[in-house]
Design a protein. Structure first.
Length: 132
């Protein structure tokens, strides 16, 4: 392709925000961990094959078919509940933590049955800060 000889339209995306198709009938609450299940997004669950992509910016309910509804998903650093049995501690800062459900993270992948939620940023008495 030749070099520009005139102004051009600038196409840009915010790297922390995207719109994704929602899994059929999924109920996605604002602030819930959002995971990709194939080509659609749904709330986080304990499963090894999912990819965490952010949190739901607002409530969305999937339609009758996959992708009939779209949801705003944002990336960043967010606070989640800490798993009591596999608690994340200050010793885990900088390490991966794992999705237990749509609002809880664990220090354990439970023999590779949980997907990575993100990287532990900080741990407080009321939750775990995770960078997704």
């Amino acid at each position: 392709m030749a070099a520009q000889t005139d102004n051009r339209r600038i196409d840009r995306r915010e790297p922390h925000r995207r719109v994704l198709p929602v899994k059929a009938d999924a109920v996605c609450f604002q602030g819930a961990i959002a995971v990709m299940d194939g080509a659609v997004v749904k709330p986080g669950v304990a499963a090894a094959s999912l990819r965490t992509v952010g949190i739901f910016e607002s409530y969305a309910k999937g339609g009758a078919t996959d992708g009939a509804v779209k949801a705003q998903v944002v990336r960043g650093t967010y606070k989640f509940a800490n798993d009591g049995a596999g608690a994340v501690t200050a010793a885990h800062i900088g390490s991966s933590c794992y999705v237990l459900d749509d609002q809880t993270v664990s220090s354990s992948h439970n023999t590779n049955t949980r997907s990575v939620a993100g990287v532990v940023f900080d741990v407080e008495s009321d939750g775990v800060w995770v960078t997704i």
